[in-house]
Write a protein that binds this ligand. Structure first.
Ligand SMILES: C[S@@+](CC[C@H](N)C(=O)[O-])C[C@H]1O[C@@H](n2cnc3c(N)ncnc32)[C@H](O)[C@@H]1O
Length: 213
């Protein structure tokens, strides 16, 4: 993410329902412990400032959303946005998504996995830090329900091509399916902050949708 000063979080805001650590995730996994009900679960890898989580949780109250964000200051900001809006169907865990997928989420536990602009490290030498590698792709396929969806968007063409190749080679995933770009109906009508930033700069967003067979 950019280095601009982040919005200050109101210290009186209670983040206890919306901000979690890896240790606080129930093992064995039970989404009901976090959200107090049984509902379809969608997972976002790399939530950043949390625009996707806020908008999706408000628009689809029948679905629960778990954001995974490795940077504590962004996770706090995303959680604060959820707490401010009183959204009880979304939470953010401060963790490496690779660990949450591998260690916590069981087979067929998610209806969708969202990965938007996952690459803050665009330099050649930083590619090894990328989250979307073979073990994570295999875990994504394992964690999705049959018929579940994987959404992968980025502004980095080379990362997009590499990830699409990886998903095509991952047993159980089918795609890529085309995702058309929708015009923004209002100034915040973007999937994420990075989509907004990329499109306002007139740059290309590469989007792919895969489905679990
Ligand atoms: C470029 S930002 C995009 C944020 C948001 N998805 C958006 O589109 O506005 C990438 C985010 O992914 C997070 N991230 C990178 N690797 C991660 C990992 N292994 N697990 C969880 N989050 C990760 C970064 O900390 C950063 O907040």
């Amino acid at each position: 993410m950019g280095r601009r000063a982040l919005r200050k979080i109101d210290p009186s805001l209670d983040l206890s329902r919306h901000l979690l650590t890896l240790d606080q995730l129930p093992r064995p996994w039970q989404a009901e412990v976090l959200f107090g009900r049984r509902a379809p679960l969608e997972v976002e890898i790399g939530s950043g400032k949390g625009l996707f989580l806020r908008r999706a949780a408000a628009a689809r109250p029948d679905v629960d959303f778990l954001g995974i964000e490795i940077a504590p200051r962004y996770a706090r900001l995303a959680a604060a946005g959820l707490a401010r809006q009183g959204l009880s169907n979304a939470a953010v865990v401060i963790a490496d998504a690779a660990r949450v997928l591998q260690e916590v989420l069981p087979e067929e536990s998610a209806a969708a996995i969202h990965v938007y602009f996952p690459d803050p490290w665009w330099k050649q030498r930083h590619k090894k830090r990328r989250v979307m590698k073979e073990p994570v792709a295999r875990d994504v396929a394992r964690v999705l329900h049959p018929g579940g969806s994987l959404h992968f968007w980025t502004d980095v063409e080379e990362y997009f091509d590499t990830a699409v190749r990886l998903f095509r080679e991952t047993p159980g995933l089918e795609g890529p399916f085309v995702v058309p770009e929708a015009p923004a109906a209002h100034p915040m009508d973007y999937r994420t902050h990075f989509e907004r930033r990329t499109r306002l700069h007139g740059e290309t967003v590469y989007r792919a949708l895969f489905c679990k067979r």
